[in-house]
Design a protein around this ligand. Structure first.
Ligand code: DOR
Ligand code: ZN
Ligand code: ZN
Length: 437
């Protein structure tokens, strides 16, 4: 019997070392990994000589907007950006317009994403102010519950100690992780100056927020995931409370590689929440990711905004930057410049995010797992926002030299993106919604 496809003679990472292997794909799954000459008969093949065969990235923190904010991004452009960036699974945040607080909105997002997707799309739900309103019918279609103490999705909500405990209990009862944006409820209205902005989103507040969620997690034995850790002090607190399956954390490439001083202070293009911190924080976050196990994975926090919202002066600008098309080149550059071993790259970009969300057949290239694969090569280039498939084209990484390029992206055994072009239409490859295995 012939298999569907063989990716032939690529550079394949086995036990952290580069080898030459062929990857066979059958019925959307990886059928086997073969040495040169041992490949099974196949209907189709791709010559992968000189190309790395890597698991597609799993980005567990993206904002694909759509619905009333389709002018910022929709499921088509957002998942095209993912595929072009070597990201084969994205998980969409609930702070959309309207926010995901009920099944109707969740179903609308699922229907749109199903029609327009180029990659696998999973979802999170928020939690409305009246916790009893949570519709348990949503559980099978979401991968976690996400809360924003500094800017609740349901405006009346106050993130008191009791509210955090309620959310934690709901996550336990739903058998889902509780994800949170670590920051404290705003004590003042819109900041009038830069000092007020940074004071309202300080490292001290990030640490206090994480501590309050850890207290509730311990009380109810919940699974807690800390979004976009930005401070060395927060990484240390997480490390001290480290628990492999029940306390996990992510870091964004911008908090790893950029610091506040890299940009003019009144420039809105690098405004995000949490804000960029110091070079010391960059260093300790990378250490947290590589060595101390404080941080499990990388996630982009892809947060598209319109051009005028990013070119506005800092205080008026919107927070957030596009990230789906920059994570892989930036992280592979760390590998190629010998700052990140392969084994860590594979863990932080693919296998750990799959593990955090319980995606048991994703994140590793091994028989029986989903054929979500990226073929990439070493190639020098510069990040250029104009070339993004995302509607958001302003990036603080503009002009940065990178050493890696995505050549082909395969989602569930289907070649979606190849040599800068989309070779399948929307709504064909990928699963929507991604569900726990
Ligand atoms: O910078 C950010 N942008 N941080 C967030 O937490 C939300 C995001 C957005 O949705 O724009
Ligand atoms: Zn956030
Ligand atoms: Zn976010």
């Amino acid at each position: 019997m012939a298999v569907d496809m063989v990716l032939k003679d690529g550079i394949f990472i086995e036990n952290g070392r580069e080898t030459v292997r062929s990857v066979a794909i059958e019925a959307r799954k990886i059928e086997g990994i073969y040495k040169h000459g041992d490949e099974p008969r196949h209907r189709d093949s791709i010559d992968c000589r000189g190309l790395y065969i890597l698991p597609g990235l799993i980005d567990i923190h993206v904002h694909l907007r759509d619905l009333k904010e389709s002018d910022k991004e929709d499921y088509e452009t957002g998942t095209m950006a993912a595929a072009a960036g070597g990201v084969t699974t994205v998980v969409d945040m609930p702070n959309s317009d309207p926010p995901v607080l009920d099944k109707k909105t969740l179903d609308e997002k699922i229907a749109r994403a199903r029609e327009l997707r180029y990659v696998n799309v999973g979802f999170y739900s928020g939690i409305s102010s009246i916790i009893e309103k949570f519709d348990v019918q949503m559980i099978r279609d979401i991968l976690g519950l996400k809360v924003y103490p500094h800017a609740p999705l349901d405006e009346d909500t106050k993130y008191t100690r009791e509210r955090i405990r309620e959310c934690t209990r709901l996550a336990v009862a739903s058998d889902l992780p509780l994800l949170f944006h670590p920051d404290l409820p705003a004590s003042m209205k819109a900041p009038k100056n830069m000092e007020e902005f940074f004071l309202a989103h300080s490292c001290e507040d990030e640490v206090k927020s994480v501590q309050s969620f850890i207290d509730a997690k311990v009380e109810y034995e919940a699974r807690l995931h800390v979004c976009h850790v930005s401070c060395a002090t927060t990484a240390r607190l997480i490390q001290e409370n480290r628990a492999e399956d029940t306390l996990t954390a992510e870091v964004t490439p911008h908090h790893l590689f950029l610091s506040g001083g890299d940009f003019p202070h009144d420039d809105g293009l690098a405004k995000m929440l949490p804000p960029l911190r110091s070079p010391y924080d960059n260093k300790m976050l990378m250490e947290g990711l590589r060595q101390t196990c404080a941080i499990d994975c990388v996630a982009s926090d892809h947060a598209p905004h319109k051009k005028w919202e990013k070119t506005a002066p800092f205080l008026k600008a919107s927070s957030g930057i596009p990230g789906l098309e920059t994570t892989l080149p930036l992280m592979l550059t760390e590998v190629f410049e010998k700052r990140l071993p392969w084994i860590d790259y594979l863990r932080v970009c693919s296998s750990a995010p799959a593990r955090i969300l319980g995606l048991e057949t994703k994140g590793i290239l091994t028989p029986g797992y989903d054929a979500d694969i990226v073929l990439a090569r070493i190639q020098e280039g510069t990040i250029t926002g104009e070339n993004f498939f995302s509607k958001a084209k302003i990036t603080p990484f503009e002009g940065r030299r990178v050493l890696a390029r995505v050549i082909t992206t395969i989602v569930g055994g289907v070649v979606v993106f190849d040599n800068d072009e989309f070779v399948t239409g929307p709504g064909i490859a990928g699963k929507v919604p991604v569900q726990k295995s």
